[in-house]
Design a protein around this ligand. Structure first.
Ligand SMILES: *Cc1c(COP(=O)(O)O)cnc(C)c1O
Length: 433
């Protein structure tokens, strides 16, 4: 039996995993064209034709909307500001409760706080890691105004029961599809199954513009409100004939022409990227399936998966190796990453959001407890134990790999599989690690 690399043996693989490079000639040319034009942004924050941005921004939005049949696409300078815009546009205000997953990037919940809304965390489904409709239902109160659905790791959440709840209780639904561009649920593109949604264009996402985001909605009124929030709505509201001033305090969340030009070229690459990730994920999952103690990603009936990350459930009782030791031992079999995307396995994903000091101390806007002070009779409980499935995934069971992506091939995944099999075959070599 060959000795494990973590114990001084030869590693399974020494050639570094290729680093993903999303930028190519098309992006370079697109940028140079904008540079030559001299117009790096086309926005004006006052009435007139340019309040909706320059030609590249508008072309990028049209192209994204047309590709998936979205009624409206509104670009923003990050998906964090996109989420804030969506929360503002649907009218969330101080004391309004919004139900959200705690197993997501922090911004899915902080976007709610920026408008004085109160994040109420619901638990997830243990197979898909997306919000469970039963848990949402148990959190609905007369103060609930919206549900923030996150398509985590790139898999579409089970939207039918969530939309049924939303209709029954007259709640708005926002879809955080940052990790799921191009994904469909029962034939419908994610992002506009609820009222409004969108995608991240940050450097780590499938396609990117350095930083950026894209809001999508089929509701013309919501689209207009997003455009106003993005660009100093207070100056524009009269010219646009909008009478409801709620949350029309604007900001500057505008994308530059340079970024939009890059985004136009990036969008052409998305289908190929998704195809590669899905192919590698299927290949990897098929081999994991015969490894006791490792459960491959489960894709629900009717749900698409973009594999932003590939989640695996790990059962230490079956493998006989603690999770942390397993992850360290597998990674030791692989070349040392220079960036995290080259890492074999990562433990746990994010800590349940409610365990962060922000929620534990209930200090968000100012230092006097706003917005929780808006509902002084309600005890918002953010203690350990409120979402047992999320906690079990984070503290015990979940591991993920970022390796299911271009430009890797099946041969690269074979080395990863060999490393996993080698470690699983020697639990006794990892005792006390
Ligand atoms: C990346 C991400 C965000 C934030 O997007 P930015 O463009 O980085 O601001 C929000 N939600 C989820 C689920 C994300 O993965």
């Amino acid at each position: 039996m060959t000795e494990l690399a973590i114990n001084g043996g030869a590693p399974t693989r020494t050639t570094p995993y290729a680093v993903r490079t999303t930028m190519g000639e098309a992006e370079k040319q697109a940028v140079m064209e904008v540079m030559d034009s001299g117009h790096l942004s086309g926005f004006f924050g006052s009435p007139g034709p340019q309040w909706l941005g320059g030609p590249k921004v508008q072309e990028f939005e049209r192209k994204w909307a047309d590709k998936y049949g979205f009624g409206h696409a509104i670009s923003v300078n990050s998906w964090t500001t996109g989420l804030m815009t969506a929360v503002g546009a649907i009218g969330i205000g101080p004391g309004d409760e919004v139900i959200v997953s705690p197993y997501t990037m922090s911004a899915s919940a902080t976007a709610i706080l920026f408008y004085g809304g109160i994040p109420v965390f619901a638990d997830i489904d243990p197979d898909t890691f997306n919000l469970s409709a039963e848990s949402i239902a148990a959190r609905i109160t007369p103060r609930t105004k919206a549900i923030m659905v996150v398509h985590i790791f790139g898999q579409a959440a089970d939207m039918d029961p969530i939309m049924a709840l939303a209709r029954q209780h007259q709640l708005k639904v926002i879809e955080d599809a940052a990790q799921a561009p191009g994904v469909h649920y029962k034939g419908k593109p994610v992002g506009t199954i609820g009222d409004i949604g969108g995608f991240s264009l940050n450097y780590h996402k499938h396609i990117h513009t350095g930083e950026g985001g894209m809001l999508v909605t089929n509701d013309a009124q919501l689209a207009l409100r997003c455009q106003l929030i993005r660009n100093h709505g207070e100056n524009l509201i009269e010219a646009q004939g909008v009478e409801d001033l709620t949350n029309m305090l604007g900001s500057n969340y505008r994308l530059t022409e340079l970024q939009a030009a890059i985004g136009l070229a990036q969008l052409d690459r998305l289908d190929n990227y998704l195809e590669t990730r899905q192919r590698l994920a299927a290949y990897f999952g098929a081999q994991l399936a015969d490894m006791p103690g490792l459960t491959p990603a489960k894709v629900a009936e009717g749900a698409g998966h973009a594999y932003y990350l590939y989640p695996v459930k790990y059962d230490a009782a079956v493998t006989g190796i603690p999770r942390a030791a397993f992850v360290r031992a597998v990674n030791a079999e692989l070349p040392t990453p220079t960036i995290w995307e080259q890492t074999g396995f990562v433990e746990a994903y994010v800590k349940p959001l409610y365990l962060a000091p922000l929620y534990q101390k209930k200090i968000a806007i100012g230092s006097k407890g706003f917005p929780w002070t808006e509902n002084p009779d309600v005890n918002y409980d953010y203690s350990r134990g409120i979402c047992p499935v999320v906690e079990r995934m984070h503290f015990e069971e979940l591991i993920y790999t970022p390796l299911m992506r271009e430009p890797l091939t099946e041969a690269d995944i074979d080395d990863f599989i060999a490393a996993i099999r080698k470690v699983l075959s020697q639990p006794q070599a990892l005792q006390g690690k």
